[in-house]
Design a protein around this ligand. Structure first.
Ligand code: FRU
Length: 498
């Protein structure tokens, strides 16, 4: 299917060229987040630190701002702030992936980059088929497809996908997100000695154990961190429960211990990873320093996707900033990777800022691309503290209930919608703002809110207000020094005749 691969690549590169100006002219285009050059971006795939470089592949639909037969796009970086767009990694050219090279992961084996992904097929009868596939690369850029390594086992529907592979002791393991024939979400474990032959070990966890946790679990990830096993996944089909599960689909984790021999995960309760509006399908990798790094998709399937204003400019969705994970007191903590500090410019600092009932506006904070850090004094001296962001979103803390809320205007009807979480005390807030995105890290990553925002571009100001008296120290930086270029190989491939 070399010809089909070649023609799909050519078509995709043409699409980039055709719409590059339109895409670049969007005022909501981001500065320091990974985005598709055109079309739709969803899950991060194959995240890996390999031969000194980070590789982030991603689900990509070049031909429209909706979902479809996905490609794997590819970015690489040495330092997580200077990114290079690389040649397309995978196109849906073979029979076993004709309706999409769906999500998956990467491992290093004998110096080669091995990527596992799901081949998605809609057959002649319109039924779904699923195949777990392998492709191997020597240079991390060009992949040789090895075909199907796992067929759908008995007992599961064709919603069986998103293989995540890792090594434990001397063996390879793979976890797959699945749905039982009874329509319960679950995760299935395989093992292998050589990455080619895979043996089914069993179902390590399922919706039943949680007293129902959805009809499908997507994008599983399993890793050992701070002396404990973490199982992350994106369950679909949870009803909202108070301040929990308010997005269309969720992303979260459980903590415990995987019994590799018996293929059983002993674990605690499910906990959401992010409290904001747009966060899904995160993936992690271990880097050479031993850090566990996470990148998530800043979007949620089926959640107001067709209402996103960037569609008028021929692109939609982006990734989160890379975050480092730790486990503290049985909970995941997320903090922006330290490399992002290299983007900081023009520090503005104010100690002992006091906000009372009157709203405070500091012109130094006017802008659309910045990091703001607040460190609070005695939080008991006030009732309510509010940050108004560009007259579009608000971060609100209620001292009495200890509830922190992110409010924003709904992208469609502009009504106010909100997401909340409970904390024990407000200590710090760290905001990463990038034109049309915001990531709020609470108390050094105890909680995070991730969301897209679409403010009127003429309104670039931030206002603080409080009832009672709030005192805090403030730091603000403009964020630049992030670059985004196209590799020579990608240029050559884009200009090549078929
Ligand atoms: C999650 C997901 C995955 C699938 C991919 C298809 O967003 O639905 O389960 O592999 O997206 O693009």
């Amino acid at each position: 299917m070399q010809n089909k691969d070649r023609s799909l690549r050519k078509k995709a590169y043409e699409e980039i060229k055709k719409y590059q100006e339109v895409v670049d002219s969007d005022p909501y285009r981001l500065d320091y987040h990974l985005m598709p050059p055109v079309g739709l971006m969803n899950d991060p795939n194959g995240l890996i630190h390999w031969k000194g470089e980070f590789h982030v592949f991603f689900q990509w639909m070049p031909f429209k701002t909706g979902h479809g037969a996905k490609f794997w796009g590819h970015y690489s970086s040495r330092d997580l702030i200077h990114w290079t767009w690389q040649p397309i990694a995978l196109t849906p050219s073979e029979w076993y992936e004709q309706n999409g090279c769906y999500s998956g992961s990467a491992v290093n084996h004998e110096g080669k980059l091995n990527v596992f992904y799901t081949g998605n097929v809609k057959n002649d009868k319109g039924e779904r088929e699923t195949y777990q596939c392998l492709a191997v690369s020597e240079d991390g850029i060009h992949f040789e497809k090895k075909g199907v390594v796992i067929h759908l086992p008995e007992g599961y529907s064709a919603h069986f996908r998103d293989p995540k592979v890792w090594k434990h002791q001397d063996k390879w393991y793979m976890i797959i997100g699945a749905q039982t024939k009874e329509q319960l979400g679950c995760a299935v474990l395989y093992t292998s000695d050589d990455l080619m032959g895979w043996e089914l070990k069993g179902e390590i966890s399922s919706s039943k154990e949680h007293d129902y946790l959805g009809y499908m679990w997507e994008c599983p990830d399993l890793f050992h961190l701070d002396d404990i096993d973490v199982f992350m996944f994106s369950p679909q089909g949870l009803g909202s429960q108070g301040i929990h599960y308010n997005n269309v689909h969720q992303s979260g984790y459980v903590i415990g211990e995987l019994d590799y021999d018996r293929a059983v995960l002993h674990h605690g309760p499910f906990c959401e990873l992010d409290r904001g509006f747009e966060f899904y399908a995160p993936q992690t990798t271990l880097d050479d320093e031993g850090r566990r790094i996470l990148i998530g998709w800043m979007g949620v399937p089926d959640q107001d996707e067709e209402k996103q204003p960037t569609r008028a400019y021929k692109w939609i969705h982006n990734m989160t900033i890379p975050r480092e994970l730790r486990v503290k007191k049985g909970k995941i903590r997320q903090s922006p990777v330290k490399e992002l500090k290299k983007m900081r410019r023009n520090l503005f600092q104010k100690k002992d800022l006091k906000v009372n009932d009157e709203s405070l506006h500091l012109s130094e904070l006017d802008g659309a691309v910045m990091e703001v850090f607040l460190k609070f004094g005695d939080a008991d001296a006030f009732n309510r503290f509010e940050i108004d962001l560009f007259d579009y979103a608000k971060v609100i803390y209620q001292n009495e209930t200890k509830v922190l809320t992110l409010e924003r205007k709904n992208v469609d009807n502009k009504s106010i919608e909100s997401r909340s979480c409970q904390i024990s005390k407000l200590e710090t807030l760290q905001l990463f703002i990038d034109h049309s995105s915001i990531e709020v890290f609470v108390n050094e990553g105890e909680e995070v809110f991730t969301a897209r925002i679409f403010p009127d571009k003429k309104n670039a100001s931030i206002h603080f207000s409080a009832s009672g008296s709030v005192t805090f120290d403030l730091w603000k930086w403009d964020l630049t020094g992030y670059t985004y270029q196209t590799s020579e190989k990608a240029m050559r491939e884009a200009n090549k005749n078929p």
